[in-house]
Every structure is written in C-alpha cells, then in structure tokens.
Design a protein around this ligand. Structure first.
Ligand code: CO
Length: 158
C-alpha cells in the first residue's frame, strides 16, 4: 500500500467524469488500498479515486471512527430531508463553507469483489457519501455556493 498524491483544484482531472469499474481485480484492490492509505495520511473522512488521479467510480467513506466503507459504482436511490453544514475537501486545502445536502441517503453499489449491496447513511455520513459521489461526476462542493464559486475562481478562472 502506498500514499498517492492528491489532485488539487485547478487540475482538469477533477472535472472529468469517472468511468464505471468493470474489472474487480488486483488493480482495483490496490487502488482502494492506496485511497484508504492516502485519506488516512491526510486525515480525510472520504476520498474518491479521481482524487488520486484514477477516473474510476470508486469512493471510500469513513462511516464510523476508524471504520471505512469501500463503495464501487455507487448510485443514489433515495434521499430525504436537507441539512446545511460546513464542508471541506482534500483537493481544496484550507477552504470550508456551508453546503446543503440530504439528511438521509440510500445508495446501491458494489464492493471490491463486485458483490452488490445497499447502504443507508444519515447526517454527516450522508454528506460524505454525496460529496464523494459528486467527485465521480466532476462536481466539487465549491460549486454549490457563491462563497465557494468565488474561491473556485482563483483556481479555475470562472
Ligand atoms: Co472532496
């Protein structure tokens, strides 16, 4: 396992759409292991494959203190409610702002071996799941608010 470089805002990679994982092989397992190592090293609560430069639909979310869930090919199937809370991102160092997200989310996804599962999350974990799934579609949390867009413009010029 190794710690990989985290792609930062300003890189076009972060704006690309990630492709579905089709091979649940050693290279996927290495990717997931490295993502976990990288998020732990950087004290993140979630990470998407694109943040280590790999455009595949894989994310990891810390669901409890020290407990990580690997989520491959996630699809949101249900959301409920709204909560506004402060958010940050490993790819956008030293910037935080309030973002409104669902209070509850249900997803379906696959594990590292391709086995399908559903997962329900609420509050901060639901926020993390939605934030990481956004990464797979090239969306960053700064896209949601005027304050975020202003900060984004320093790196992306728009
Ligand atoms: Co992020």
């Amino acid at each position: 396992m190794s710690v990989r470089n985290v792609v930062k805002i300003g890189s076009e990679t972060l704006r690309k759409k990630s492709k579905p994982v089709v091979n649940f092989d050693d290279s996927l397992h290495t990717l997931l292991d490295d993502m976990k190592n990288t998020m732990e090293e950087k004290n993140g609560v979630g990470i998407a494959a694109v943040q280590v430069g790999t455009l595949r639909r894989a994310i990891i979310v810390e669901v409890k203190e020290g407990e990580y869930l690997e989520i491959v090919n996630p699809v949101i199937i249900k959301t409920k409610g709204k909560v506004t809370d402060s958010e940050g991102c490993l790819s956008i160092p030293d910037f935080y702002c309030d973002v409104t997200r669902p209070k509850y989310v249900m997803i379906k996804a696959q594990d590292r071996n391709g086995k399908e599962f559903t997962f329900e999350a609420k509050d901060y974990t639901a926020r993390c799941v939605c934030h990481e799934i956004d990464h797979l579609d090239g969306i960053l949390f700064v896209d949601y608010t005027d304050e975020g867009k202003k900060y984004r413009s320093k790196f992306e010029g728009k």
